[in-house]
Write a protein that binds this ligand. Structure first.
Ligand code: FAD
Length: 509
């Protein structure tokens, strides 16, 4: 039974493609193949890519059959898989280049396995933070949540190496189920055995293959084994405010708290919440006595430093704590529900309509900067300079991933008419941070073509090309996604990838 929708041939038609699409429609059933007749919209206000069709499979076997059909088609059909497609600020569900079929995996949404004792869940791409967190409610385990909407995926975020409040999400991945371009299905990393026994250890014996499939176009991921964290017995937040003029010293001081394990998870520092001030949110959790001792030590050091204008200790039982703190406490204890109101308020629409109806644009630039006061001060000055040069407003949130490394989240929320200036600013941020020697760890769709230059090693790129040729010889999977420059040219993504910003990057060093 062929969906009527595929009979609505777009202007000019697609030779052979209609038949291919009709076959996918017969495979997937009614309503699961769409022609992209409505503008998708994306909150980043990136130029919309030309998508040939949107497929929404419901099962792994269907994904395998689609991939085989795409590989064997003449010419082969490029596929761009997404999970929930809410990669806001980096392109949402837009592919990198034109001409791909979007493979939306949000309806593969089973929690296949949950073992709170071993700390392992097996989830499919459509499982959201909200769903997994709800299933863990009342168990001794919790999910490492991000600060994004509860309706974003666990798997897609981890595959792009997103950042949770506890650690980087890729560190939660224990195993991946992968469909290769020839349709074969395999499980990599650590996976529950046929009797459901699981061990929270991610490494295979011998060279590890699983990491090849994060930030990668080598396979379609149909499930992941995810590590669940133990729920802490006690949780506290300490807020530290500092004059922004003392950013350098305050960050050097904060670093010592991280290095001496007086904080847990990923401390966050908001540099632009109050005029002239920055504010750090430090969480402490675990055994009650341990938390009490760490809290006392941290406050003693903070007061003795003379750097902070105030130091507030927050107990979850306090009735007058503000929304930011209760949301932080909730996220750290695995509850994503509280952030949703703030999310809707700032975007003027619920998560599922943000890309279509969002009132403002939203962009992110995500470089890694050493956890060093002077470096962070300089990085912040670069952002301020780009603001001044473009007349746009960018804010900075620091995620302290370790005592040595900061995820320097630089983001802008802007009215639609400021989109060209915001994109110009994004290009400048890429250039200026590259000159300073600080690379992003995640890229938006307009800057994916910089992957090779940013990695700065031609032999690495050649190895990547060989792996791509081996695993996906027709180059159909996720064209342009973190590919080498040659790979981008081979799949024709380069031209459209560079359309919003013409950025020429020469990384320092
Ligand atoms: C207010 C706000 C706060 C945010 N906070 C955070 C935060 O704290 N941490 C953070 O990391 N991000 C954050 N984000 C960014 C973003 O919303 C999240 O990263 C979100 O989880 C990504 O969308 P997704 O889960 O739907 O992933 P997707 O968009 O589905 O996936 C991301 C990319 O991974 C690839 N991919 C996904 N699934 C597959 C698959 N099955 N097979 C092969 N490739 C695949 C695709 O190329 C896709 O484009 C924030 C955004 C906003 C607006």
């Amino acid at each position: 039974m062929v969906d009527q929708v595929v009979e609505r041939r777009p202007e000019g038609g697609w030779d052979g493609f209609d038949g291919w699409l009709a076959a996918q429609s017969a495979l997937l059933g009614p309503g699961r193949v769409r022609l992209p007749d409505e503008p998708r919209g994306n909150i980043g206000m990136f130029a919309s890519r030309r998508v040939r069709a949107v497929l929404r499979p419901t099962g792994v076997d269907q994904v395998q059959q689609i991939v085989v059909a795409a590989t064997r088609a003449d010419p082969p059909v490029p596929l761009y898989p997404v999970s929930t497609g809410r990669n806001w600020g980096l392109g949402s569900r837009e592919p990198v280049g034109d001409g791909a079929v979007l493979l939306e995996l949000a309806d593969l949404d089973r929690i296949r396995h949950l073992d709170p004792s071993a700390g392992v869940a097996v989830i499919e791409p459509g499982v959201t933070q909200a769903r997994l967190a709800a299933r863990l409610d009342g168990t001794p385990r919790m999910l490492n949540l991000t600060s994004s909407s509860a309706h974003t995926s666990v798997l897609g975020n981890a595959l792009d190496r997103g950042v949770g409040v506890r650690r980087q999400r890729c560190d939660d991945l224990l195993g991946l189920e992968v469909v290769l371009a020839d349709g074969s299905l395999m499980r990599l990393g650590s996976w529950p055995d046929s009797r459901g026994r699981a061990v929270a250890y991610r490494h295979e014996l011998g060279p590890a293959l699983m990491p090849l499939f994060a930030q990668s176009g080598l396979g379609v991921i149909t499930a992941a084994a995810v590590h669940l964290l133990p729920r802490p017995e006690t949780l506290r937040v300490i807020r530290l405010a500092f004059p922004r003029g003392r950013l350098r010293e305050a960050m050097d001081e904060l670093r010592t708290y991280h290095a001496q394990r007086l904080v847990t998870g990923v401390p966050k520092v908001y540099l632009d919440t109050t005029p002239g001030h920055g504010e750090a949110f430090c969480c402490l959790d675990g055994d009650a006595d341990l938390v009490t001792a760490s809290q006392a030590a941290l406050c003693r050091r903070a007061l003795a430093s003379g750097l902070f204008t105030w130091v507030k200790q927050v107990d979850p039982a306090d009735v007058d704590v503000d929304r930011a703190v209760t949301t932080t406490l909730a996220r750290h204890s695995g509850d994503p529900s509280l952030g949703e109101d703030a999310f809707e308020a700032s975007f003027g629409t619920p998560a599922d309509r943000v890309d279509r109806d969002g009132e403002h644009g939203f962009l992110m630039f995500l470089p890694l900067v050493p956890f060093d006061g002077a470096a962070l001060d300089h990085a912040y000055a670069l952002v301020r300079q780009v603001q001044a040069d473009t007349g746009t407003i960018w804010r900075v949130t620091l995620n302290a991933l370790s005592p040595d490394l900061v995820d320097f989240v630089t983001w802008a929320s802007f009215p639609r008419e400021h989109a060209p200036a915001a994109h110009r600013a994004l290009g400048l941020l890429h250039e200026r941070f590259a000159e300073a020697g600080w690379r992003p760890y995640r890229l938006d769709i307009d800057h994916m073509h910089l992957t090779g230059a940013l990695n700065g090693c031609t032999r690495r790129e050649q190895l990547m090309d060989r792996l791509k040729d081996l695993l996906d010889p027709a180059h159909i999977l996720s064209p342009g996604r973190y590919e080498s420059a040659a790979g981008n040219l081979a799949t024709g993504c380069y031209e459209s990838a560079a359309r919003n910003s013409i950025t020429d990057i020469t990384p320092a060093g």
